[in-house]
Design a protein around this ligand. Structure first.
Ligand SMILES: [Zn+2]
Length: 111
């Protein structure tokens, strides 16, 4: 097995573990998060999931369920688009995990 394949498998295991710990949230009466648009595709997102709950905080990364694009929650919890290099700067392992998550989201989209 190549080193990159091992890295990919490790990242996938990590994402699956994180996903199993997530609380999947859906906004009800605005108690989860105020609707905010993806900085890439404009889809309005009104719910979030995170391994520590589903209430986003400023500085959290968001992977859009519409396009898989990376976004950052700002101080007002509005989203701004991030590029791959922005996420890579947060750490190669983190970038690998988020890339696997993005691929999973893109794979779930209806064609
Ligand atoms: Zn999007």
């Amino acid at each position: 097995m190549t080193a990159s394949k091992k890295f990919e498998r490790r990242a996938l295991r990590s994402v699956k573990r994180a996903a199993s710990q997530m609380e999947v949230g859906r906004a009800r009466s605005g108690d989860v998060m105020a609707p905010t648009a993806c900085g890439h595709c404009g889809k309005v997102l009104d719910g979030a999931s995170h391994r520590e709950g589903h209430r986003p905080k400023p500085g959290h990364l968001c992977v859009c369920t519409g396009c898989g694009g990376f976004n950052l929650f700002g101080s007002d919890l509005q989203l701004s688009a991030l590029q791959d290099d922005d996420v890579r700067a947060m750490g190669e392992d983190y970038f690998a995990e988020m890339s696997v998550l993005r691929s999973m989201i893109r794979g779930m989209r209806p064609s």
